[in-house]
Design a protein around this ligand. Structure first.
Ligand SMILES: N[C@@H](CCC(=O)N[C@@H](CS)C(=O)NCC(=O)O)C(=O)O
Length: 170
């Protein structure tokens, strides 16, 4: 049986990670039997989730999982698409995963109010006395990743909401 390694449900979603939700959706669409485990992050081969263990074959990264399922189980997720539509789908997918995703990470992790409502929950199981240190370290890593990607080097535009005039970048 395939095991999909996940973070687990959060924020009323099947998982806090869009890539994990994509991985689970692929397994559902392929109609394959699978189980999930939220105990795999420390052993993640690329330091990220999702990855799968298919009876000993480890595949990390949602897109590589997709390619693996297509090859191993003869699934064609794009079977009803024309070549042109496949190209559009691929370009859209990569734009969402490699660009919009980092915007989401910025708003989720770098804005204190959003962080308190969201990712702060990831650290609830850490012992209280070292929690602030762990949070400081992990947020620092996220800030560095945003900088390395490039999107973290920009300033969020300071605009006002048309209906209430509140600033929208706070
Ligand atoms: N390209 C990867 C991206 C996966 C990814 O970015 N996962 C994030 C969660 S959304 C992660 O595990 N981050 C942990 C970390 O960077 O330490 C995929 O498609 O699976």
């Amino acid at each position: 049986m395939i095991t999909l390694y996940t973070f687990g449900p959060l924020f009323g979603l099947p998982d806090a990670s869009p890539f994990v939700m994509k991985g689970e959706m692929l397994l559902k669409l392929a109609k394959l039997e699978y189980q999930t485990s939220n105990k795999g992050f420390m052993r993640a081969p690329k330091g990220k989730l999702p990855y799968i263990d298919d009876n000993g074959t480890i595949v990390a990264d949602s897109t590589l999982i997709r390619l693996y399922l297509e090859q191993k189980y003869a699934v064609d997720f794009d079977r009803n698409l024309s070549m042109r539509e496949k190209g559009t789908a691929w370009a859209t997918e990569k734009m969402l995963e490699d660009h919009l995703y980092w915007v989401l990470v910025y708003w989720r992790w770098m804005k204190d109010a959003n962080f308190a409502k969201g990712p702060a929950n990831f650290f609830k199981r850490a012992p209280a006395f070292i929690r602030p240190l762990i949070i400081w370290k992990v947020r620092g890593n996220v800030r560095r990743n945003l900088h390395a990607h490039g999107i973290g080097r920009h300033h969020a535009p300071s605009t006002r909401c048309r209906s209430c005039s509140a600033r929208t970048n706070t």
